[in-house]
Design a protein around this ligand. Structure first.
Ligand SMILES: Nc1ncnc2c1ncn2[C@@H]1O[C@H](COP(=O)(O)OP(=O)(O)OP(=O)(O)O)[C@@H](O)[C@H]1O
Ligand SMILES: [Mg+2]
Length: 441
């Protein structure tokens, strides 16, 4: 009998890795080996894994962090811990972190076998013919993170798009995750094994966009030496993502309208039409209604595109998601730059939660990336950029106060953010402790 399950084994001890691998191979499982959490994450990202077996104590990021991360990002994969007790982590910690089961070293082949069977049984049964889809489904909305009400609205719509090819229009400020939403629509849906083609209408010169999108025939223009397919043909049966749709010229818009209405494309330089079956997802951060008023965007196309509209919330509308996002980026960049998972102090987290993120998630991601590079053991207030540390809230203009009053409020705010640590507060304020003490008086 051939077991088709893919099992990922993570251990920094190459002998143990090979031992487990030999056992698994004799039981006819497909195996993947990783000697660090970093390697394991790469395999998890690219492969459909049915069971994760990990050691606990490893240099850098340890197995417990891997279990926690995998529980959040790949909740459907069972996780079996193989550990050499006595360990720094108690059994309770291990189970609390999201592990399915654990066995202790040394173990017999029979013990390993029965733990694997038990763990695999805890996994929901899936249709093996849909491996790609199953892999995506184990990630909650691909990479889309968020449990806020605003984000829930978005994922509810994505859920409704799973079994159809309705056209979708995504609107949201820069850096809010429009592309990620588009990807989720494709990869969560029924047609996820078909192509997902991204076209940035703002990056392709206007005169090329039409031939890139719809293809051309030989001789259509100088340089067109043979027939060529366009992005629409390439995306057939799948999804085409038209990013920055507001940049498409009026003549491209007319052709797009035709694709949406007739489900056919005509190559540049040709009269013949070809049938295409593609879901169109368009996105923009500009106000298309405004472009319509200026006669730069066709109103009929606008209505064709907005069959389903998703408004991606700004980070300010989903402050409760900030800790989750911070965690994701701490993990990602911690592993990339420092080979381990770095934590953040509550004070620094408070500042991140109260900042008015104009650049949205992309800005938050950059801030964490930088902080990871700047810090040694954990991320603290001092590793955040000045404009975030010294944020000033001008939104409430009715309450304009004197400079003295402002200074007092600001000092109190910094003290609060540093948990009343005067040394840290003085450092942020760039005054010495004595001056701070005097001001406090
Ligand atoms: N809900 C989310 N969970 C996790 N990461 C996210 C989420 N939304 C966005 N990101 C991350 O934020 C960054 C920006 O996302 P994305 O490129 O999708 O934004 P965008 O709206 O297309 O931006 P732009 O308008 O600049 O093109 C990416 O690195 C993405 O992975
Ligand atoms: Mg984008």
């Amino acid at each position: 009998m051939l077991n088709k399950e893919n099992i990922l084994i993570v251990d920094d001890d190459i002998h143990i890795l090979e031992l487990i691998q030999r056992h698994l191979q004799s039981l006819n499982y497909h195996t993947y080996k990783a000697i660090s959490v970093k390697e394991a994450l790469e395999i998890l990202k690219d492969t459909s894994i049915d069971l994760l077996i990990t050691d606990l104590q490893m240099p850098g990021v340890d197995g417990l962090e891997l279990i926690k991360y995998a529980s959040a990002h790949y909740p459907k994969i069972p996780k079996l811990v193989v550990t050499g007790f006595p360990s720094i982590h108690g059994a309770l910690d291990v189970m609390k972190s999201g592990a399915t089961d654990y066995i202790t070293k040394p173990f017999t082949k029979e013990e390993l076998k029965s733990a694997i069977f038990k763990s695999l049984e805890s996994k929901p049964k899936i249709d093996k013919s849909k491996v790609v889809k199953q892999e995506i489904e184990t990630k909650p909305y691909g990479e889309l993170i968020g449990s806020s009400i605003a984000m829930k609205k978005v994922t509810d719509v994505i859920e409704r798009l799973k079994n159809n090819k309705a056209t979708v229009f995504i609107h949201g400020e820069s850096g809010t995750g429009k592309e990620l939403v588009a990807r989720s629509i494709h990869y969560m849906g029924k047609y996820s094994s078909s192509p997902f083609v991204v076209v940035n209408c703002g990056a392709i010169p206007e005169n090329l966009l039409e031939s890139e999108l719809f293809g051309y025939v030989k001789g259509a223009f100088t340089g067109a030496e043979k027939d060529r397919k366009g992005f629409f043909q390439a995306a057939n049966n799948g999804t085409i993502f038209l990013d920055e749709i507001g940049n498409a010229s009026l003549s491209t818009q007319l052709r797009l309208l035709r694709v949406l209405q007739e489900k056919e494309v005509v190559r540049v330089g040709s009269q013949k039409s070809e049938k295409v079956d593609v879901r169109v997802v368009a996105a923009t951060n500009v106000d298309l209604k405004d472009l319509i008023k200026k006669e730069l965007f066709r109103e009929d196309l606008y209505y064709r595109l907005t069959v389903v509209q998703i408004d991606v919330p700004s980070l300010l509308e989903r402050v409760s998601d900030i800790p989750l996002l911070v965690d994701k980026f701490l993990f990602k960049y911690g592993i990339e730059y420092k080979d381990r998972f770095l934590k953040i102090t509550p004070q620094a987290m408070d500042i991140l939660k109260s900042y008015n993120w104009p650049g949205n998630i992309r800005e938050l991601e950059n801030v964490i990336q930088r902080a990871i590079i700047m810090c040694d053991r954990f991320v603290d207030v001092e590793h955040l950029p000045d404009n975030i540390k010294y944020q000033i809230d001008f939104s409430n203009t009715q309450k304009l106060v004197s400079l003295k009053e402002f200074e007092k409020n600001y000092i109190l705010k910094v003290l609060k953010a540093t948990n009343n640590n005067k040394t840290k507060a003085a450092k942020i304020l760039q005054i010495d402790r004595k001056t701070l003490r005097e001001k406090l008086k």
